[in-house]
Design a protein around this ligand. Structure first.
Ligand code: GLA
Length: 343
């Protein structure tokens, strides 16, 4: 056992392929440099676990690994699932969480905190947690313990991605490929800096619509289809039809986008990003006025394309712009949207 250990979990920006990872589709996220670091220090005099975060004031004392319905659940859940997997007892430690990743902006802070805690625990107990087990465990903590029903994209890219290659992942069979990003263009993240209204229930509602639609069409998941036919239209409610349209068309877009990235076709890639945004706004209905405004501003400046990133309901957009124009674009955005923050 070590007396001090450190684990780092990176955030991500999803370039295209939104709301596909729980529908058996393809996604194309890129790991970003902002991360969450979890440091564990032995604390011999304590029977409990203390959790301190640089983002929140209160330090928590945890005697029982139970849900508290706050940010610490990701840490508590990680401890609980780690205990179960390795049959260890976790106490007499202090856990320090430090973050350079803005929370709740759609850049996957939940996966980052869980991955960093599990990595640090693995190091502390010298367990050599394999990447695949780390991904699965982090996924279970989020889905089963915390209870947010996303897919496996965030955990995957946090563990297996890097800052220079996008991770083209088939979430159905977990096959993946790393593709270098464009050299002359930058994926710039712009935070709308408004309170994100992602409630777990809104997210889960969308997921349920997708599952119901797939059930009605008698397919395993929505991405098993490549188009919606007349028959499907009769079967589905308006809402189910809308989410299905987004998911099925978005999946085709991601496959095309991955090929454009390989072929260095930035303009074509950018167009797909904007198509994705329009579909997220009009069909999946998870965009907001602020996100739409940022997308419009970026595109009217001359970005190749832009879209909201992550779940939506507020948060950030990602835009593809020539590297030499980035500073000019930032000024242009601030003129039209003074609250914007660049990440
Ligand atoms: C959230 C979830 C992800 C994914 C995105 C939407 O970030 O955690 O798994 O579903 O939304 O693409």
């Amino acid at each position: 056992m070590n007396t001090v250990s450190i684990g780092e979990g990176f955030g991500r920006v999803n370039l295209i392929g939104e709301h596909l990872d729980y529908n058996g589709g393809h996604v194309l996220p890129l790991q970003i440099k902002n991360s969450i670091i979890c440091e564990i220090v032995e604390n011999k005099n304590s029977e409990s676990i203390s959790i301190v975060s640089d983002k929140y004031k209160d330090s928590l004392i945890v005697k029982k690994l139970e849900k508290r319905n706050n940010w610490a659940d990701f840490v508590i859940g990680s401890c609980l699932y780690f205990e179960k997997k390795f049959s260890v007892k976790i106490n007499n430690i202090s856990i320090y969480i430090k973050s350079s990743l803005p929370l709740g902006v759609g850049l996957s802070s939940s996966a980052a905190i869980t991955v960093s805690t599990l990595k640090s625990l693995s190091d502390y107990f010298q367990k050599n947690l394999a990447d695949e087990d780390l991904i699965n465990l982090a996924f279970e903590v989020e889905n089963d313990f915390v209870g947010v029903g996303g897919g496996v994209m965030d955990q995957f890219v946090s563990v297996l991605g890097n800052h220079y290659e996008a991770l083209f992942l088939d979430t159905f069979n977990k096959n993946y490929e790393l593709i270098p990003i464009f050299q002359d263009y930058q994926f710039l993240i712009i935070d709308s800096n408004t309170q994100r209204i992602l409630s777990d229930s809104e997210f889960n509602k969308k997921k349920e619509l997708c599952l119901n639609a797939a059930k009605k069409m008698k397919i395993q998941n929505l991405c098993a289809k490549t188009k919606i036919d007349e028959n499907d239209i009769q079967l589905l409610s308006d809402e189910e039809l809308n989410v299905s349209k987004h998911v099925i068309e978005e999946n085709l877009r991601v496959v095309k986008a991955a090929q454009y990235l390989k072929d260095n076709k930035a303009e074509e890639f950018g167009k797909l990003m904007t198509e994705s945004h329009i579909s997220l706004s009009q069909h999946y209905r998870v965009s907001t006025d602020d996100l739409n405004k940022l997308v419009d501003l970026s595109n009217s400046f001359g970005a190749l394309g832009s879209k909201l990133t992550g779940a939506g309901f507020g948060g950030a957009i990602v835009t593809l712009v020539k590297k030499e124009l980035v500073e000019e674009l930032k000024k242009y955005i601030l003129d039209g949207y003074p609250n914007a923050k660049f990440i």
